[in-house]
Design a protein around this ligand. Structure first.
Ligand SMILES: [Zn+2]
Length: 207
């Protein structure tokens, strides 16, 4: 099931067909920030990225958003969607979701319904290009270089680079671990991603 009971009836700012026919992935959160809708393109995207069938089993309708977002991004998305609902404002955000050999950037636009019963979230691919430009910086999946003293590999939730254990200010592109996460990964944000996308985002003073 991908449409929660009552979702279609609550739609006061979109026709359901508009969401259904959208090429990009669309999902919605109810007023408690639980997943209440996925459009067909959402499943295609998940499938193309080896997310299916796991994703829809792990995050069925009714799943709280925060269970579907990894570590450090949780408060940002939570705050943003709460603000969208409370202030009835449209919120826009760019994020990366690359695979091992393709760089992809997405634009996300989140619209509140007038009745405040849901946020409708559109995701569209804006940039896609091979990682070849960064080939010089590509690193092999060397466990000794990237496992830290806690036995963890730290990956940036946004750009998916991994942090060097001995030089934590260095974050490297390790394509093998983008396509297939190694065991015991911890998610964090590298400094440029934190600053550019989250720390100085509109409407929020830097923490
Ligand atoms: Zn990053």
């Amino acid at each position: 099931m991908r449409i929660a009971p009552g979702f279609a009836a609550a739609l006061d700012k979109f026709a359901l067909s508009t969401l259904e026919n959208e090429h990009g992935a669309v999902y919605a959160l109810d007023s408690e920030l639980r997943l209440c809708y996925f459009n067909p393109a959402w499943y295609r995207f998940a499938q193309d990225n080896h997310g299916e069938p796991g994703i829809s089993e792990r995050f069925p309708l009714g799943t709280p958003l925060l269970h579907a977002i990894s570590g450090p991004l949780q408060p940002y998305y939570h705050d943003a969607y709460v603000q969208v609902l409370r202030e009835r404002m449209v919120w826009q955000h760019d994020y990366e979701c690359s695979s091992g050999n393709v760089y992809r950037r997405f634009h996300q636009k989140s619209y509140p319904l007038a009745n405040g019963e849901a946020v409708i979230i559109f995701n569209s691919l804006t940039i896609t290009r091979p990682h070849e430009a960064d080939a010089a910086a590509t690193q092999p999946p060397d466990e000794t270089r990237y496992r830290d003293s806690h036995g963890l590999i730290v990956q940036c939730s946004h750009c998916r680079r991994v942090q060097r254990a001995a030089q934590p200010e260095h974050w490297d592109w390790v394509p093998a671990w983008v396509d297939r996460l190694p065991p015991r990964v911890s998610h964090s944000l590298c400094q440029p991603c934190y600053d550019y996308y989250y720390r100085f985002r509109p409407g929020r003073p830097p923490a």
